[in-house]
Design a protein around this ligand. Structure first.
Ligand SMILES: [Zn+2]
Length: 196
């Protein structure tokens, strides 16, 4: 799975044959926080303690996890939560927001003579050019990279996500707030494991 996630293509090599297929994918996956499925629930402690979540989450390999950019904790919904439930934002306004952000990206890539359309597809060298954070953002990124020991891949992926969050915001420069959100998406499961 790593090759299609990374390069958008799959190469199959046999004795004297080598074929490459296009395979651009968007991976969406879900998992329980721990073996009993309850870690992180308010007022609940796993019988096996913190190991319940850390052992379970360690079953996803580091290299695969490193390629997943947006990790979100989804708390369980109780019956109580359903009372007085009101539907959130509809799909249409969200789709419009995405379209606007994609148009901004397309125009930016055209301007610098790049042939890609989205931040996600940009090469690392291009990402560095289009994702220069402001001063406060750069400080945050440097501190986070040092304390959390980001890989080079993680660093570029955080920049891409921050660029996209800024585009959704209509902001030209990537600010501290955009980087903070991008970093939070990458580290949410680590926080959960620590909290369990
Ligand atoms: Zn558990």
């Amino acid at each position: 799975m790593r090759q299609p996630l990374e390069a958008g293509e799959t190469t199959i090599a046999r004795a004297n044959h080598r074929t490459t297929y296009p395979s651009r994918i968007q991976l969406v996956a879900a998992m329980n926080p721990c073996r009993c499925g309850m870690a992180g629930e308010p007022g609940f402690t796993c019988r096996r303690g913190a190991k319940c979540a850390s052992d379970y989450q360690a079953r996803i390999s580091g290299p695969l996890l490193d390629r997943i950019d947006l990790r979100i904790d989804v708390p369980a919904v109780s019956a109580y939560d359903m009372i007085g439930y009101s539907a959130g934002e509809g799909s249409k306004p969200v789709a419009n927001r995405v379209l606007l952000a994609r148009n901004i990206q397309r125009a930016r890539f055209e301007e610098i003579g790049s042939n890609c359309y989205t931040n996600a597809a940009a090469a690392a060298s291009v990402t560095e050019v289009i994702s220069k954070p402001d001063e406060a953002g750069e400080t945050l990124l440097r501190d986070a990279a040092e304390s959390m020991k980001f890989s080079a891949r993680a660093y570029h992926r955080i920049l891409k996500v921050a660029r996209t969050i800024a585009d959704l915001d209509g902001a030209e420069r990537i600010g501290r707030i955009h980087l903070a959100e991008a970093i939070a998406y990458r580290t949410s499961n680590e926080r959960l494991a620590a909290a369990a």
